[in-house]
Design a protein around this ligand. Structure first.
Ligand code: GLN
Length: 248
């Protein structure tokens, strides 16, 4: 049995679209294989260890992001930078993704500085980008189709220090212009996909768990296959819904 240690950052401030469901998925998929997840919830003002196996940031409204932006830089940025350099896994969704980049200029013009884990910068546009998303992700060896839901004002552009997390097949993605979705540097991933992300994308959940277990143990830990019939059905239903509406 191995234990994966995850820091869930700002569970009170960054939790829209049931983003904390991602933590539940990670926990159950570990437990079904005889491992365990140790969740350390960390709010405003608290410091974090730099040796957790995984860090998680959910999405949030602009007003919640303002609070988080001020705190991230002062109490958490240094540890997160050391962690990413050391191969820890970061998953940052939507509002969390924007702040994991260089920053977000919100709907009312407020600049919320980010911490530059990802080479990405975001500015709110005049409309919200909303709807189902289907992307192709290339990090797992073979291309992986990932589904989710987006709702953001922010338009994100990437610099050379990050690669896109995925290529948009349906939906808006980073900016509705260049076909990219999310950003990745080392094992730090930012994405606009809510849903929450992991219940309908079990292969992605296992990819992240594999990385986290590798960080925890220093070795690759094989993950026994699970009965993912329900998860696959939910995944297929999301793609079918998009197809019915005429694309992807
Ligand atoms: N407030 C940000 C935006 O509108 C992030 C929204 C979110 O996390 N869904 O772009």
């Amino acid at each position: 049995m191995n234990t994966v240690r995850i820091c869930h950052l700002y569970p009170g401030e960054l939790n829209i679209y049931a983003d904390r469901g991602n933590i539940a998925v990670l926990r159950r998929r570990l437990e079904w294989r005889g491992h365990r997840l140790d969740v350390h919830e960390v709010g405003v003002g608290a410091r974090i260890p730099d040796d957790a196996d995984m860090y998680y940031l959910g999405g949030g409204q602009d007003r919640d992001q303002i609070v988080v932006a001020g705190d991230l830089a002062t109490t958490k940025a240094d540890a997160l930078h050391r962690a990413v350099a050391d191969g820890s896994v970061i998953l940052a969704v939507c509002g969390g993704y924007q702040l994991a980049g260089h920053g977000y200029t919100g709907v009312d013009g407020t600049r919320m500085p980010g911490i530059g884990l990802l080479d990405a910068d975001t500015t709110a546009g005049p409309t919200r980008l909303i709807g189902d998303v289907v992307i192709t992700v290339e990090v797992a060896g073979a291309p992986l189709t990932v589904v989710g839901f987006e709702n953001h004002a922010g338009r994100t552009t990437l610099g050379p220090g990050s690669v896109p997390f995925g290529t948009v097949r349906h939906g808006h993605g980073n900016n509705d212009m260049d076909g990219t979705e999310g950003a990745m540097t080392n094992r730090a991933i930012g994405t606009y996909l809510h849903g929450p992300l992991l219940p309908k994308n079990p292969q992605l959940a296992d990819l992240l768990l594999g990385w986290a277990l590798e960080h925890a143990t220093g070795a690759q830990v094989p993950l026994a296959p699970l009965d993912d019939a329900l998860e696959r059905q939910a995944h297929r239903a999301a793609i079918a819904r998009v197809r019915e509406r005429g694309s992807a």
